[in-house]
Ligand binder design. Structure first.
Ligand code: DC
Length: 233
């Protein structure tokens, strides 16, 4: 039986999480933001592991990162149908959005052992949920839930994504800031798309949705309409 999952993938700031959360609410499902889990592992790594040992050897080894994530633990806690990231029992929903985490998350997310660990958490979360879960990320439709009955690949133009990211942070939107943000998003997308393991790309059966000219309400309506067709309730 295919999992009760809607997979929403796409590049940074394409509106995945806001869309996924609103779609989940409309369907009475839960929402899981897989990027939040990668960010929580990155935060834990930055806070607890030195990058280099006394002899210059790497301490950010895959084994140490995964052991740390198990021990602290880094986990997802279901609160009102939203999976929230926690590190050592503390809600880190805000801390994981810092520039410090954003700068390093692609590096941590490129480690195959970290991806396996994150994927196991996601599959467990979905198995344990009685209705269904809208999961957003980069590899949900290609790797984590390849049998998901509905996969959507969201895109938006680089300028629009940069504008949304600045607006979300309440920052001034001038030409220089837009360029800087657009370059930062572009660098992260390039890192996420060119890594050897689970690169960002649409699944062959994903439905592309360009949201550049859509409001959030419009994109949510489109995904809910697709869900109504594909997942008879
Ligand atoms: O969606 P986000 O920007 O919060 O994701 C943070 C990083 O996590 C992103 O740069 C790539 C990585 N990520 C990933 O590799 N696979 C996913 N399924 C989700 C996120």
């Amino acid at each position: 039986m295919s999992p009760r999952v809607i997979a929403i993938d796409g590049p940074a700031a394409s509106g995945k999480s806001s869309t996924a959360q609103a779609v989940a609410r409309r369907l009475g499902w839960a929402h899981l933001d897989s990027g939040a889990l990668y960010r929580a592992v990155t935060l834990a790594t930055l806070d607890h592991l030195e990058e280099r040992g006394a002899g210059g050897g790497p301490l950010w080894s895959p084994q140490r990162i995964v052991a740390l994530a198990d021990q602290l633990p880094v986990r997802l806690v279901l609160v009102s149908d939203v999976f929230k990231p926690e590190v050592a029992g503390v809600d880190v929903a805000e801390a994981i959005r810092s520039a410090r985490v954003t700068r390093r998350v692609s590096e941590v997310a490129a480690i195959p052992e970290v991806r396996q660990w994150v994927n196991a958490q996601q599959r467990r979360a979905v198995e344990g949920h009685p209705r269904g879960v809208v999961v957003d990320g980069r590899d949900i439709g290609t790797v984590v839930f390849p049998d998901a009955p509905l996969k959507v690949f969201l895109t938006a133009s680089p300028d629009e994504r940069a504008r949304r990211r600045l607006a979300q942070r309440g920052d001034v939107i001038d030409a220089a800031e837009l360029r800087r943000e657009s370059d930062a998003l572009d660098a992260r997308d390039r890192a996420d798309s060119t890594r050897p393991v689970a690169p960002l790309k649409p699944a062959p059966d994903a439905i592309p949705l360009d949201t550049t000219r859509l409001s959030l309400a419009q994109q949510v309506d489109q995904v809910v309409a697709l869900a109504d067709q594909r997942l008879p309730r």
